[in-house]
Design a protein around this ligand. Structure first.
Ligand SMILES: [Zn+2]
Length: 258
């Protein structure tokens, strides 16, 4: 009898799942009705309370300026977004992340590493793309479906356990570790990210120069945490090159006269 009930559970969960059309690619994703916007905002508040927020005026101005331009390029693809761009002072930590609701964190270590605003835009565009594509919510939904129900079905509610699920879904573990996105999600975020950067007037070729620099850095201990979870650099650089003929005209149409 118990087994019979369980056999009904997965179809029941799938009935609850909605179809989500990923912006820029048009891919259809199956996502459970989780309130990832509220969860993302709560998780971001937790991180701000725990991490050192940088007061460096130049770095904050830079991240705000680039972030706002990319947010404008995202347009209506992130309903309910209350954009927030925060610079974290994490010493040697080289990291950037984005959470549902338009919450973006960039670490000072990453800002020191990038050669230009275009490269910073490439990283921010990539992280925001994971959010507009709802990769974390999709991954979380897959996890819930795989677990066939259990106690996590109330994922829409706001308790701390569910917040941890959202964090894990977006690649951040509750303990501060990183969880790798799948290769398919990474590739999709690369594609969407360069389109956002180009629409915002940033040179999408900077994504290539950035990843080439990362490849040259090798896989030693200096490799940034969030990049070590982003596999197959050669493949990603090859894909980025392949997409350039498509995105360079977008950049040319939106580049700023300076
Ligand atoms: Zn990524």
């Amino acid at each position: 009898m118990k087994r019979f009930m369980r056999s009904l559970l997965v179809p029941a969960i799938l009935l609850l799942a909605g179809c989500y059309t990923v912006p820029e690619t048009g891919r259809t994703a199956f996502i459970l009705p989780v309130d990832d916007v509220a969860q993302g905002a709560a998780a971001f508040a937790d991180i701000k309370a725990k991490e050192a927020v940088s007061a460096d005026p130049a770095m904050n101005e830079r991240v705000q300026r680039i972030g706002r331009r990319i947010a404008t390029a995202v347009g209506n693809a992130l309903p309910g977004a209350a954009w927030e761009f925060v610079v974290f002072d994490g010493g040697d930590t080289i990291n950037a992340f984005a959470l549902p609701g338009g919450k973006v964190g960039v670490y000072t270590g990453l800002i020191h590493l990038v050669a230009s605003d275009d490269e910073l835009a490439a990283v921010i565009g990539h992280e925001i793309a994971h959010v507009t594509a709802r990769h974390g919510a999709e991954r979380m939904s897959q996890g819930i479906i795989a677990a066939a129900g259990g106690a996590v079905l109330d994922a829409g509610t706001g308790d701390a356990k569910n917040r941890d699920l959202i964090l894990a879904g977006y690649g951040l573990l509750a303990g501060g570790g990183m969880l790798a996105f799948s290769r398919a999600h990474e590739s999709e975020a690369d594609y969407i990210g360069i389109r956002y950067a180009a629409k915002a007037g940033y040179d999408p070729r900077a994504a290539i120069s950035f990843w080439e620099k990362m490849t040259a850095a090798g896989s030693g201990p200096r490799l940034p945490v969030f990049l070590s979870t982003h596999p197959t650099h050669d493949r990603r650089i090859a894909d980025l090159r392949k997409w350039m003929p498509e995105v360079l005209p977008i950049y040319e149409a939106n580049r700023r006269q300076e």
